[in-house]
Design a protein around this ligand. Structure first.
Ligand code: HEM
Ligand SMILES: CC(C)=CCC/C(C)=C/CC/C(C)=C/COP(=O)(O)OP(=O)(O)O
Length: 270
């Protein structure tokens, strides 16, 4: 899904991108993102062993040695960054390194320190959008680059608050300071999800602007999808439990691809 956000941003940046640049941008992003995942699992190997959700991963299950993982993480980020610099461009490489640094060295340690970690984590989750944007030679002072970033930032709130609630006991056992651990009532998580969903309604209008009849129909669809996410968040606020949390997660997994499709359609008919 990260790569789908990259492709969506590349297309909507407005400069026609060759298939080769698109391919190189996706492969380079995948290499740097793979490194981020490996480094995250290397740093969290002991805590991953405690959680049922993560204990079967390669490091805690003993299939990969700690030194192998660390080596692989560093090689992947090095190869991925050089690849982006050579085959795409330097701004994309810098966006990739910033995403990687924020995820591995800011978000990952912050999970042990403060419930604000998720707010920080939304940035590396969304920044690949800017990798696609810069790969297409888009300017980062263009307001549309910020709107697209905002969509993926806001989307992660209902997405992850559902997960933080579903696995709150495992997170607590591993020592993570997720908001559902520091506030087990689920109310704090629920409000994050509501605010994220409300922001998604505004961002739906901004990212799928109603300029013309068919475009307005697409705007209505984008707002309807964001409202669907908001209703799931409201149900979770009113009764935080496994059922309402799982529903909110499932809606989020449909919300982002649907919104990206509508953004692409509204770009193509312009
Ligand atoms: C703060 C940021 C994020 C956090 C903390 C987070 C965390 C998680 C976790 C823990 C799961 C596993 C749920 C389970 O085991 O039941 C998950 C699932 C998923 N996430 Fe995220 N995520 C974040 C951002 C993103 C982003 C940016 C994308 C893509 C654009 C994404 C796409 C997905 C998808 C497709 C799934 C379902 C597939 C799976 O269970 O592996 N997430 N997320
Ligand atoms: C180009 C590049 C570097 C892309 C990286 C994008 C990326 C990995 C985004 C994930 C965002 C995020 C905060 C995930 C949760 O990790 P977690 O540690 O909470 O998940 P876990 O508990 O399953 O390990």
């Amino acid at each position: 899904m990260i790569l789908v956000t990259v492709i969506m941003a590349m297309v909507t940046a407005g400069n026609s991108v060759s298939m080769w640049v698109a391919f190189h941008a996706c492969l380079g992003t995948a290499l740097v993102a793979a490194s981020a995942s490996v480094m995250n699992q290397w740093l969290e190997r002991d805590r991953d062993a405690v959680m049922n959700r993560t204990c079967r991963r390669p490091l805690p299950s003993g299939n990969v040695a700690s030194s192998q993982a660390a080596g692989m993480g560093w090689v992947l980020v090095l190869v991925g960054s050089v690849y982006l610099a050579v085959f795409v461009n330097l701004p994309t490489m810098w966006c990739g390194l910033a995403t990687w640094g924020l995820y591995v060295w800011v978000y990952t340690p912050l999970k042990m320190l403060s419930w604000t970690n998720t707010l920080v984590g939304t940035l590396p989750g969304a920044l690949p959008v800017w990798m696609g944007w810069t790969a297409a030679e888009g300017s980062l002072i263009d307001v549309r680059a910020w709107i697209l970033l905002g969509v993926v930032v806001a989307w992660q709130l209902p997405h992850f608050m559902a997960i933080a609630y579903m696995y709150r006991e495992q997170y607590a056992a591993a020592g993570y300071k997720m908001i559902t651990v520091t506030d087990p009532s689920g109310r704090g998580a629920a409000w994050h999800a509501i605010l994220g969903s409300l922001a998604l309604i505004v961002l739906a209008v901004l990212s799928v602007p109603p300029v013309g009849l068919f475009a307005s129909l697409l705007t209505v669809c984008a707002v309807a999808v964001a409202l669907w996410q908001t209703v799931a968040a409201i149900r979770f606020v009113r009764a935080p439990d496994m059922k309402t949390a799982r529903r909110m997660l499932h809606v989020s997994l449909l919300h982002l691809p649907l919104t990206m499709l509508l953004i692409l359609l509204s770009y193509w008919i312009r």
